[in-house]
Design a protein around this ligand. Structure first.
Ligand SMILES: NC(=O)c1ccc[n+]([C@@H]2O[C@H](COP(=O)([O-])OP(=O)(O)OC[C@H]3O[C@@H](n4cnc5c(N)ncnc54)[C@H](O)[C@@H]3O)[C@@H](O)[C@H]2O)c1
Length: 142
């Protein structure tokens, strides 16, 4: 028996970098990895790569700075797998300079300060908060 057998785990920012590695690790341990990313194609590609190597995964779009988008992420996960066991709240825009400086320069991601702030502040709150009531509704219905 593997560590995460049949556990359904959402990884925000699962399309690239560390989040993508989390997804691979979850699948390797027998779990279902839901790669949720604002870059939908990257999320789907990450999930496809896991499926191609025999693991269970789903790639979906989410913007963690948007509550409605997080709700949709949770609902899609429930529709696909019937439960959500865990959340790795990884999505963020990692940088080593202050937000004010980053927003003022021409970075490849063309960051706005509002996006930077809301992403870093809201992502865990939104995703965790919205996954839980969805699970509760599911339990009540069954
Ligand atoms: N790389 C490092 O050295 C390092 C160090 C400390 C902490 N971290 C943290 O680890 C996490 C991942 O870092 P990484 O280096 O893999 O970064 P990355 O840029 O490679 O990956 C971040 C992912 O988050 C996604 N993302 C960005 N905004 C989003 C949004 N609003 N909604 C959904 N997805 C969104 C991106 O599309 C990307 O796939 C971040 O939280 C970062 O702050 C990274």
């Amino acid at each position: 028996m593997a560590l995460l057998d049949d556990k359904v785990v959402i990884v925000t920012g699962g399309g690239h970098g560390i989040g993508k590695a989390y997804c691979r690790g979850i699948a390797r341990e027998g779990g279902v990895a839901i790669a949720a990313d604002i870059d939908e194609q990257a999320a789907k590609d990450a999930a496809k790569a896991i499926q191609n190597s025999g693991g269970k995964a789903l790639g979906i779009r989410v913007d963690v700075a948007n509550l409605a988008s997080c709700q949709t992420m949770a609902e899609k996960s429930l529709q696909a797998f019937g439960k959500i066991d865990g959340l790795v709240n990884n999505a963020a825009i990692f940088m080593t300079v202050p937000a004010e400086r980053a927003a003022g320069r021409k970075s490849p991601k063309k960051l706005g300060i509002a996006l930077w702030r809301s992403t870093s502040r809201d992502c865990g709150f939104a995703a965790a908060l919205l996954c839980r009531p969805c699970n509760d509704e599911k339990r009540e219905a069954s």
